[in-house]
Ligand binder design. Structure first.
Ligand code: DAH
Length: 346
């Protein structure tokens, strides 16, 4: 084979070697094979010294030309491989921006929380403040200072969970009355106190061992039962509708005298009588009364100067009537199918 024949053979060899190559490393190896120090061009250049001047010139020019063509060939192949890699990557990373997004589930306000918030808004608008007390309470604040001494028969209605003989889970929000009176030292008071309470009751459709109350306490120089009625009528109208009526029935609580139980006119039948109101036209929603003189005195108030009323609203009671829920346990089992019904549409 002459040097010229050898040269002319190279492009064909390169063509063969490059077939099927699709990665840059392999390409680099092939390039070294043809264009490196041990490649055919290097060999031809090496043999050049044995040639005459004319042949040298001819072979030299041909070598340059073919070498350039081969370099161009490798360059072209490199670009093609790189393009293919990018193309593949784009293919794999392709996203369809028109697909709908993944909607994250959003929570809503629990109906009991909503009821408490509504009560707070309504009483704050009438000048009340919101007070709080601990759920773990002393026997003294939960009972004794509310005129329920140890052994008092009315304690039976409020059997609760004891931590020890002096500490218990509060069975009512009324101890917050005591705490507030001790804090205000004879000054007028106008508070509500929403919160959790506990009783040793077996859970059923109308009983829960843990539920919520919203206590109210208003003390001042000239507060009367008429003020109590006004505060509760306003609540019934705002929580339900403007046509609601309330009815005060005589009752007994150790911490109030006189005591009343308060009914609201039935919203299902409009007071005519139906199964919800057991044909009476009325539904009981809370206990209330004028604060008992003993309770005032025990917490440092002089009943001759200051007196007032208190009430204890059953929060579940209000929520069940308002949202037409027939089982109190629904509030506490965290079934999202139940809870989602109260979610506001965004
Ligand atoms: N604490 C009472 C209960 O749990 C409700 C109650 C009645 C609260 C009369 C009061 C009140 O503040 O004056 O049954």
């Amino acid at each position: 084979m002459t040097e010229l024949e050898k040269l002319n053979q190279i492009p064909e060899d390169v063509e063969k070697e490059l077939k099927g190559i699709d990665d840059l490393n392999q390409l680099q190896q092939k390039k070294a094979l043809f264009l490196g120090k041990k490649g055919p061009f290097a060999e031809i250049m090496n043999n050049m010294k044995n040639l005459g001047a004319d042949a040298k010139k001819e072979i030299g020019m041909a070598t340059n030309k073919i070498k350039q063509a081969i370099e161009a060939k490798f360059e072209e192949k490199r670009k093609a491989i790189e393009d293919a890699i990018i193309q593949k990557k784009l293919e794999q990373e392709k996203i369809d921006v028109t697909l709908p997004g993944v909607a994250l589930p959003v929570g809503g306000i629990h109906p009991l929380m909503q009821t408490v918030m509504d009560l707070e808004d309504l009483y704050i608008s009438m000048g009340y403040s919101v007070a709080e007390g601990p759920e773990i309470e002393t026997d003294e604040f939960c009972f004794e200072k509310l005129n329920l001494p140890k052994g008092h028969p009315a304690r039976d209605m409020q059997d609760t969970f004891y931590i020890n003989p002096e500490l218990l889970l509060r069975s009512q929000t009324s101890p917050v009355q005591v705490r507030t009176m001790l804090e205000k030292k004879g000054e007028p008071i106008k508070i509500i106190c929403p919160g959790k309470v506990y009783r040793r009751d077996a859970d059923d459709a109308t009983h829960s061992h843990q539920f919520m109350q919203c206590e109210g306490l208003v003390l001042g120089p000239n507060i009367t039962l008429a003020d109590l009625k006004g505060a509760l009528l306003e609540m019934a109208r705002k929580m339900f509708d403007k046509d609601r009526k309330i009815r005060l029935r005589p009752s007994f609580f150790p911490f109030t005298e006189p005591s009343v139980e308060v009914d609201v006119s039935c919203g299902i039948c409009g007071g005519k009588g139906c199964s919800t109101c057991k044909n009476s036209g009325w539904i009981e929603i809370l206990g209330a009364g004028m604060v008992n003189d003993n309770v005032l005195r025990m917490s440092g108030y002089d009943p001759k100067k200051i007196q007032g009323f208190a009430f204890g609203i059953g929060v579940e009671r209000i929520a069940m009537l308002k949202y037409k829920i027939d089982d109190i346990r629904n509030f506490y089992i965290n079934d999202v199918r139940f809870l989602n019904q109260f979610k506001e549409e965004k």
